[in-house]
Each structure stands twice: as C-alpha cells, then as structure tokens.
Design a binder for this molecule. Sequence first.
Ligand code: PMP
Length: 428
Amino acid sequence: MYTKSKALFEQANKVIPGGVNSPVRAFKSVGGTPVFMQHAKGAYMYDVDGNRYVDYINSWGPMILGHAYEPVVKAIQEYATYSTSFGAPTQLEIDVAELIVSMVPNIDMVRMVNSGTEACMSALRLARGYTGRNKVIKFEGNYHGHADSFLVSAGSGVATLGLQSIPGVTSAVADDTLSVPYNNLPAVEQLIAEHPDQIAAIIVEPVAGNMGCILPQPGFLEGLRSLCDTHGILFIMDEVMTGFRLAKGGAQELFNIKADIVTFGKIIGGGMPVGAFAGKREIMEHIAPAGKVYQAGTLSGNPIAMIAGYTLLKTLKERPAIYTQLQEKTEQLIAGLRETFGAAGVVYQINHIGSMMSVHFAEYPIVDFTAASGANNELFKRFFHAMLERGVYLPPSAFESWFISNAITTEDIEFTVSAAKAAMQAIR
Ligand code: PMP
C-alpha cells in the first residue's frame, strides 16, 4: 500500500535530515513512514503509490479553497512568463498591500516576507526597536516559527518531538522570552509586575492551532489588550493560521480586538512561500528604509508569490459566503465525529472555531498546553493510522490543528465519518 513511499523515505533519509524538510511531516509522533505526495486537486491528495486521501491539513492552512485552485494556478502560469523575480519593485506589490489593508481591520501598512517565521521574527524586532525594551511574553504551546526567540515552550513540532530546550538557542536569547500558560491572564499580570518597563511585546495566537486547536477563553484576548495599553507593551497577534481563515479580517475582526502588529503567512501566499507583518503607519514606519529597524529579503514580494496570494485573497474578499460554507462543513464533520466517538464509547474533546478544529482524546476541556499534553496520544496515533489507511489524511500529531477547505463536499465528509466509524471499530 505504501511501497513507493517507504522506498522514497529511505532514500530521503540519506540526503535530507530525518528525511523531511519540516519535522512534523516525518510522522515522528504517530510512528510509521510518512506518505510521499505526488499531486493534489481540490479536497484530495494523491500519494506516489496511487492512494487517494481526503485532506484535512491543506498544506497546514493555505489551501483554504482546495488544492490547485484553478484561478491561482492560471495566474502563476501567466506571471511566470514575465520573470520569476526582479529584485526591484513592482506594481503588484502595491496591489497586494492595498488588498490586505482593505481586508484586515486596524492596519495601514504591510511588509511582505517569505514565511510565517520571518513575519514573527521581524514583528518582534520591530516591537523591540519601537519600545526600546528587550523582553517578550509568549504562551506555552503557541508556535511563532523557528526564530531563536520563539523556541521557548513552543508548540507544533517542538511539542510533538517533546523538546524542552533547543541546542543552538543561547541562554542570552532564551532569557528574554518569558512564557506562561495560554488563557492564564493572572500569570501574564504577574510577569509584567516582575519585569517593570522591560516587556516590549506580548505575542499570542488568537486561536491556538499548534497544540491542537485551543480557543481563547472569554476575556483572555481583551485582558491582554488592556494590559498592553496599561504598560506600554505592543500587542502582536500572530495570525499566520487565523488570518483570512476565521474571517476575511482574521481574529481581529472575529473577536473585535485590535492588535498593534499582526503577522500573516499560509493563506496570504496562496500556497507559495509568503509571510507578512502589518500595523499602523506610526509603528510600521520604524521599518527600514523608512526607519532604522532593519529588515530585508532578496525574494520578498516575489511576483509569483504575490499573484498567487492576490488571486486567493481577492476571491475570499469577494465571496464572503465562503466563510459560512466553511463553518457549515466543519460543523457537519464535527457532528459526525461526535456520533462516532460517542457510539464507540471513547472520551474525547473537539475544539473548533470557523474551519479550524482538533480532536483530543481526553475527558476534560483542553484549554492549555498542560491539558493538551495529558490527552490520550496513543489512541490518537491509532486513530490517525486507521484513518490514513481508509483514505483520510489528518494532521500526523495531536499537537496540530485540522484545517477544512471549501473544496470538500458533503459526500467527502460522509466518507470521512464512515472511515472514522470503521477506524474506531478496528482500533478498539
Ligand atoms: N505562527 C504560527 C501561528 C504558525 O502556525 C506557524 C507555522 N505553522 C508559524 C508562525 C511559522 O510559519 P512558517 O512555517 O511559514 O515559518
């Protein structure tokens, strides 16, 4: 069933560390051999052995309208003939920036980068340059990319691999990152009190998606905003996952909370490697060459990435019904899974909002990293593999969110729920 994938993984391990270019792909947490993909269309991915999967990661978010979305593919093909990079400005970059400013509340200016990591790293540098302070508060199990400052109590692959501290990150850098449990406002207040006038920024995933999906409890984001206001701290919302997914204006729009700096990735590039950070003019003009906080990139604003992102974002702006459809589809899936898990008699928690969701096998609510870590990971592993064998591709770790695409149909969801029923029978 996975003959070619197995051979490729062996081959890959000789020339690529761990056989993959990003850790979670390696199936380390769920065990077994990663499946090598060959192509994908709409809601489906096809592997090198010819197996088809209904896709619930969607490239970890970008494929919100499904794989190989025709207008994006066409736009990439057309623009590739103009050149794949200039290293000089283009009108397209203005079009993209204007489009983003028109969709996202509370921002005047955008700087494009090449990944979510770069976006968060640059946002932190900007916050430090702007405030003249060094420290940052982040939350346990939140992931903001692999820049040194954020590899403290991080989620995603760092959590999946169970890494406590990362060799290569110096204590000088790590000491400036203060970490507290998600959804714990008193812990944030205490940290601020212990470090008066030293905190440059609080960075948060407004909906956490890197320890499974965990929602902010009522008052949490509002509380962070008001602590930032009181103490002259910049509030960075990492919308790499939530941006353009929870709503066209992301979590800022959905929760009606203003951030000082917002970071983006994933959807913003339509599947090409892109990230961005954005904010009010007064803050953003501290970035070089307008200001002194240096930030740059040879391929930043790359025309192929820009046209892919522009085409996808424009569709999302013009068709707001997509968000309602995404939510309905996610709710249909969740209803089916609840029935399935209920009938199988397993304890479970499903957290969800919009088209982000996750399943933890636990009997208590999953509100932070400690709770997520205590869930039954063994059962998740078995469930993952039983679903994979039945043609459903879930995130290969319980510390990741599921992302639903609008290419998925009612029939695909019924197929998924049937697979889940068979899977639960097989693994009990
Ligand atoms: N922030 C968040 C919230 C993320 O989920 C991720 C990636 N999953 C990143 C930052 C880093 O983005 P990238 O992988 O594009 O560097």
